[in-house]
Design a protein around this ligand. Structure first.
Ligand code: PAF
Length: 278
């Protein structure tokens, strides 16, 4: 695998291979099997596979874990090499943001200011800004994003559509541990006891889907009960909610369209998110 730390070098390399289609997987590193599955999807749909590793300060609030975000360079390079990734773009901050990034991509508030956007204001502006910039540098034909970050995927799809980006956005399924916990870089913050309890989030989401599928289900009550159950188990939930897959709108139970249950909750100091389509 070739590693590039500057966009100039990456572009020079890619310019000589213009005839090859490019599959791109942007990441913040600390790669796990979920990321490697995205790499496999990119490989399957393009000639040349490019991953990026960049912990993007713009998408962290001041009190969040930017400084402590796990940086596992050697392991990541080995994992990407083993996965058959062709190129890794790993810029430092001065390379990607040589001057303060005052031009930003502001996604539509209807989609981006709720759920994650409500609890992490500005998060999706940070995500869209860096992804747009990475897209400009890599110029991929296909870009793969995990469904684990469900709202992020929707926001990126909207950005690609509204800016007419010539990039096919592909969704990767969430990978789970044997007990059902969605794989996430932040799982490594969990203590042994918390790791055992962490499955509670996906279990709650599963229970919510089952309740929502019952005749005459009261969605608001299902959501309120789920919040209470999680709190009683020692979690601090931000939201546990059932939405339409399209647009993440509040659902109208009379109108059955594809739904998704989404949750974000803190266990100790670790904030986990998960979702299930149904
Ligand atoms: O999902 C992530 O890891 C990040 O939000 C992304 C898409 C790499 C942008 O920094």
């Amino acid at each position: 695998m070739k590693i590039f730390h500057t966009s100039t070098q990456l572009r020079a390399y890619l310019d000589e291979r213009k005839h090859l289609t490019r599959g791109f997987v942007p990441t913040m590193g600390n790669l796990h099997a979920g990321h490697l599955a995205l790499i496999a999807q990119a490989k399957a749909s393009s000639d040349i596979t490019i991953a990026s590793i960049f912990v993007n300060r713009l998408q962290f609030l001041p009190h969040e874990d930017f400084d402590s975000y796990p940086r596992t360079w050697d392991d990541d390079v080995q994992a990407l090499t083993d996965a058959g990734c062709d190129l890794l773009f790993a810029p430092n901050e001065a390379e990607l943001y040589p001057e303060p990034q005052t031009y930003k991509v502001h996604p539509t508030p209807e989609l981006a200011d709720k759920l994650e956007g409500e609890f992490r204001p500005g998060f999706f502006t940070g995500v869209c800004t860096v992804v747009m910039k990475l897209f400009q540098i890599v110029q991929p034909d296909v870009a793969v994003f995990g469904k684990k970050d469900y709202q992020q995927l929707a926001v990126i799809r909207g950005m690609a559509r509204q800016f007419a980006l010539p990039i096919t956005i592909v969704a990767g399924e969430t990978l789970r541990a044997d007990d059902g916990l969605a794989l996430s870089s932040r799982n490594r913050y969990l203590s042994a006891d918390e790791r055992q309890a962490a499955v509670g989030l996906s279990q709650t989401l599963r229970a919510m889907t089952e309740a929502a599928l019952m005749p005459q289900a009261n969605i608001q009550k299902i959501e309120a009960d789920a919040l209470e159950t999680m709190r009683n188990k020692g979690w601090q939930p931000d939201y546990l909610t059932i939405r339409t897959q399209q647009g993440l709108r509040a659902i109208d139970p009379a109108q059955r369209e594809p739904w998704v249950v989404l949750g974000a909750a803190k266990l100790g100091k670790t904030r986990l998110i998960d979702n299930l389509e149904f």
